[in-house]
Write a new protein. Structure first.
Length: 164
């Protein structure tokens, strides 16, 4: 991820580079910049054609970053649900979109926070449930956060304990 241009801290940084590349007439690099940051090719084409003043806004940059990270991490099941929550936040909350785009913040780091919480909050599963599930282990624990807790952990990770 981010091999050619590096990780950007904001959509403004991406736009600044895109404008500089455009001024140099380097459309190949604009396409590469878009691809590396998960920005759809159609948007890059609109930018190159002069139909869009910028290649991305905060939400597009954040969703693009998450999409690139997802391609590498391949989250499934509950982790995919967490990713969808993060994306929904980026659509509805500009501050969250900006926070997701920040250097040093990553989907990997966010999921790691959720996993840390999970291991620290394991609860023993009732014997009746084990029997109903035909689990023969003598002891089983589970520590997946509920959605309200997961939302709090996600927001705290990206926004540093800000808006809950």
């Amino acid at each position: 991820m981010f091999e050619k241009f590096g990780e950007f801290d904001s959509h403004e940084e991406i736009n600044e580079l895109a404008i500089n590349l455009s001024n140099e007439g380097d459309t190949d690099s604009i396409y590469a910049l878009a691809q590396e940051n998960g920005i759809p090719r159609e948007i890059a084409e609109m930018f190159i054609a002069g139909d869009a003043p910028e290649i991305c806004d905060a939400m597009t940059a954040a969703i693009g970053k998450i999409d690139v990270e997802c391609a590498a991490l391949k989250p499934e099941e509950i982790m995919a649900d967490w990713v969808e929550y993060i994306k929904a936040c980026c659509f509805s909350d500009d501050e969250m979109a900006q926070a997701v785009r920040r250097k040093g913040k990553s989907l990997e780091g966010c999921i790691a926070e959720l996993l840390k919480w999970s291991f620290g909050h394991q609860t023993e599963i009732n014997e009746k449930i084990l029997k109903a599930a035909k689990v023969t282990a003598s002891r089983v624990t589970l520590g997946i956060p509920g959605m309200a807790t997961a939302k709090r952990i996600i927001r705290n990770y990206y926004m540093g304990g800000g808006k809950k």
